[in-house]
Structure formats: C-alpha cells, structure tokens
Design a protein around this ligand. Sequence first.
Ligand SMILES: *Cc1c(COP(=O)(O)O)cnc(C)c1O
Length: 423
Amino acid sequence: MTRSPSWIEDGSRHIWLPYTQMKTAAPPLPVVRTSGTRIELADGRSLVDGIASWWTACHGYNHPHIADAIRAQLEVMPHVMFGGLTHEPALHLAQRLAGLLGPGLDRVFFTESGSVAVEVAMKMAMQYWLNRGERGRSRFLVFKGSYHGDTFGTMAVCDPEDGMHALFKGLLAAHDVAALPVDDASMVALDAHLAQHADKLAGILVEPLVQGAGGMLMHSPVVLQRLRTLADRHGLLLIFDEIFTGFGRTGSLFAFEQAGVKPDIITLSKALTGGTLPLAATVASERVFDAFLSDNPGHALMHGPTFMGNALACAAAHASLDLFEREPRLDQAAAIGAALREGLAPCKDLAWVKDVRTLGAIGVVELTRIDDMNRLKQRLIDQGVWVRPFGRIVYLTPALTMAPDDLERLILAVNTVVAAGPP
Ligand SMILES: *Cc1c(COP(=O)(O)O)cnc(C)c1O
C-alpha cells in the first residue's frame, strides 16, 4: 500500500467540514483531480460523480472552453472592485442573463453565493415596500419543505420543522409557513391566509418545481401559476429561487418556463459558472428596480459584496452560457431523465422504497428509513460512485453531459445498494 500524502493527516486536524458531525462522520475522501464526470481520489480510485458537485458542474469537470475563458480573463484582469467601477464581463453577462430570462426580469445584481443572492432578493423585496412608504412588511410567505440557504436571513425562510436549521427554531426572524397550493383546498386556504395577513408580507418565496435540499420534493407547474395569481391578487412580490433548478436541471433552461409565469425576482447560482467559480445573481423586474430610483440616496439598494461581479467568475459564466447555446444540453437533460426514469423504476418494487420520482435530469429514490447513513454512503462508494444521500433519499443529478456508460454505472450502483436493503 502506498502511504497517503501527508497533507491529509496534517490538514485534517485543522479543517472544519460542512454539515458534518466531526465526532462520528467518516473522514472525507481526498480528491486529487477531476475530469469529465469523474472524481479521482488520492488512492487512485475513480468515482462517477452522480450529483455534479452539489448541482454545479452541469458540463462535467474541467471543460476546456470554460478553462480557456478563465485563463484568458486571468491574464487581463482577475478582479476589480465593482463600486464606482465596471467592466465588460459583468455588463455583458447581465445583458446575456436578462436576454435568457426574457422581459420582466431585467436588472441583475451579482453576488458570490446562493444564500447571499436570496438575502439580496429578500432585501430588495422588503425595501421595495419601504421605498414606497409602506412600513411593516417584514415577513415572507414560504413553504413546507423549503431550503433557501445557510445565512441567518435565509435560515429563517427554510422549513422551520423539517429543515436543516430546525435547531434554531424560535431564534430567527418570523415568517409565514404554508403548504404549497397543490390542490383547490390548499389554494383556498392560502388565499384566505393572504386575505388576512398580506399587509405584513413583503413577498412569496418558492423553489419552482423542485424543493431541492428539502428532499427533492416535486410539484406541478400549476402550483406556480396559482402562486402568481395569489401574488397578483394580494399585491405581493413573487420570488423564484432557481439556484438549484436553473440551467437545464428540470428539463427547461429555467423551471418557470414550464409554468408560463414569471416571478418579480429570481435568484441564480449553482450551475451559473458551470461548477468552476462562485457567482450568483439576483434578477429583478423593472417595476422592482424603479422603486429604488429616487432623489433620496437612502432609497438605494445598500448592498455590495467585496467580490461583486468578479471578472473571472463572469468569464466562466459566459463560457458556460456559450455551451448551453452551442451544445444540445436540454436534449441531453431529457435523455438523462428518460434513462433515470427507466433505470430507477425497478426500485419501486422494493420493500425499503417509499417512492421513486424523476423530473428533468433529477432522479430520486425515497426510502422508508435510513438507519446508518455512514454505511449507506460507504456502500455507494464501494460501487464506484459519488452520491450523497440525505434525509431519506438517494438521488442523482448528474452532469448534463454524462455519457451513457457512466450513467448506467450510476443507475446500477443505486439499484444494487437499494436492493441490498437498509444498512
Ligand atoms: C444551494 C441553494 C441555496 C444556497 O446556495 P449557497 O451557494 O450554498 O449559499 C439557496 N437556495 C437553493 C434553492 C439552493 O439549492
């Protein structure tokens, strides 16, 4: 056996890992390189990545077109502050995103993470009302199963009971939590709630079509049409958090396209730079933007991350959008979706399985229970795949470019591990 490199042991004493019980969790796998849809480990193993690095690497790893764009930008200007200065990569990207989103989503505010993009969306919505002289609209209507980030503002708009921040319940800002209007009865109930409480609300915040980190919970596009109707009827801003669903994951470039309705504000991040550099965008309608135009400097949007509009990240995003333009990503998403639907279907017959569902390039096997998460994860790694089950689900969100042989290997691994029963 070759000795493992010393940086693993030396550094592990000093690192604090994400979402990890550091007392009991299995140590993380040391990665030395990535390529295509593979993750190569320090010990020489190669894993098929089933989740595209937390839903970011939509074109696979190390795509030469993105790498070239970053390299070229690095030579010219890696970063320059965005306060009082501007540059072509950011302005052109704003124009390009507005073009892709279409009329009604016109003004782009850049940040560097999804959580901050949601914070900015919430700040925009609250200040929209303040600037119009309406105080007291500090709450958002959010939904059971929601996840919108890890910062304090966004923890408060995650599902307070079943979400990952439940420990903080009662310590965060208060918001209204409702069931998604999936049928007439819940629509009527929500309408009645809004008739009473809308004057305390700044807006409605939802992950369209799939609530991701809340458990890959899917709903019909009709739900989004109902929310648009309710937002209009009660005079509220509608915010779609497309940080997970954006850029082809649900089968269309953006999830809202499937519902034929637009939000007033949208948040994007995860796959925005094709999984290379941190970047996020909050995009608002001209109506929202106009509420900040005033002779009063206090009506400006008081937000400005140090690395706002980072030129390297904008160059990466351009290259990623080039690939969506030049290559048949949505067809690939559809093909992956069909393979997942067919390949995961046999799981439906297993006693340990509660539900199997797919949408776009997302495949989910929901189990009745997971007793030993560490062992389940190890079984998947032993099958040569990188999949991160959480809650009660094992799910796949592969790169949209994944070749059929790697996809087959992933599907086989999930089938094998699920068929073996609870660990
Ligand atoms: C991942 C995610 C976020 C948070 O993004 P970070 O970049 O991790 O801060 C917010 N909303 C949704 C829907 C997400 O999937």
